[in-house]
Design a protein around this ligand. Structure first.
Ligand code: UDP
Length: 248
């Protein structure tokens, strides 16, 4: 969030944003499942100009052994930005930001993964951001959800994620880069299929009323994303019902 150039208008008089979206619209999303042959589950997801690749490995024996838990699997989430994913080259290796995103994203999945079924093992979620355009943590969570399901990890349900923010004084869904840079607030959320919130973060200032309005928008966005996630999973895993042969 930086100072907005004086003549930059992010929302026009007719309520449209720079990329032509209305306040309650998410960016177009494309999801591909099972794109990595060495991973147990994987997903490639594009959301607007974001490009994210996720590989899931496990449950497999946790190493080092001292990291094992006797009563459940350990879930590990590693968010990494490729150095070429942003305008100014991202410095390779972990940063404060990537460590924080990895932590909150792992916590977003812990309530739904049935880790107690796999003591002493690890479930590894590796996120590579190939191209970033704001909302990479939410995009990565949506992709990770698909990759976990692709790996056959038992879960109570999918996790879906979307942010809302404040731009030119208005509450809008799913900020793009310009809106993230020059907006007044950014509020990423992740939730279960039943609408239980598993991640909430806030950058900027918002009133309780604005948060209430934003959360309504996020619920709508997450519902749309969930439908896309379910469609991709159905296409891969649903066995087609054979039509009974027509009588002669
Ligand atoms: N960004 C960047 N360099 C960095 C980190 C972030 O250019 O080192 C950009 C990138 O486009 C990212 C956006 O800033 O998507 C917003 O970053 P933020 O920390 O808010 O996380 P995100 O919205 O991606 O989850």
């Amino acid at each position: 969030m930086s100072n907005k150039p004086e003549n930059l208008i992010l929302i026009t008089d007719d309520g449209l944003r720079l990329d032509g979206r209305c306040a309650d619209e998410i960016r177009p999303m494309k999801i591909e499942i099972g794109v990595l042959s060495r991973a147990d589950g994987s997903c490639y997801l594009e959301w607007g100009r974001n490009k994210i690749l996720v590989g899931v490995f496990g449950p497999r024996e946790a190493h080092p052994r001292r990291s094992q838990r006797a009563d459940s699997a350990v879930i590990r989430y590693k968010y990494n930005m490729a150095s070429f994913s942003v305008e100014d080259r991202a410095r390779p290796g972990p940063s404060r930001r990537s460590i924080e995103i990895s932590k909150v994203s792992r916590e977003a999945f812990e309530p739904v993964i049935l880790a107690e079924l796999y003591p002493k093992t690890a479930i590894d979620i590796f996120v590579e951001v190939l191209q970033a355009d704001a909302g990479t943590r939410t995009a990565a969570i949506n992709a990770s959800s698909i990759a976990l399901a692709d790996a056959g990890i038992p879960m109570k349900g999918l996790i879906t994620s979307c942010a809302f923010g404040k731009v030119d004084g208005q509450i809008v869904l799913d900020l793009n880069k310009e809106e993230d840079n020059y907006g007044e607030a950014d509020f990423p959320v992740a939730m279960t299929q039943d609408g239980e919130i598993t991640l909430i973060q806030m950058d900027g200032h918002l009133t309780p009323e604005e948060i209430k309005k934003g959360l309504e928008l996020v619920k709508k966005g997450c519902k749309e994303i969930l439908a896309l996630q379910q469609a991709v999973l159905r296409k891969k895993f649903e066995t087609p019902v054979e039509e009974p042969a027509a009588e002669a």
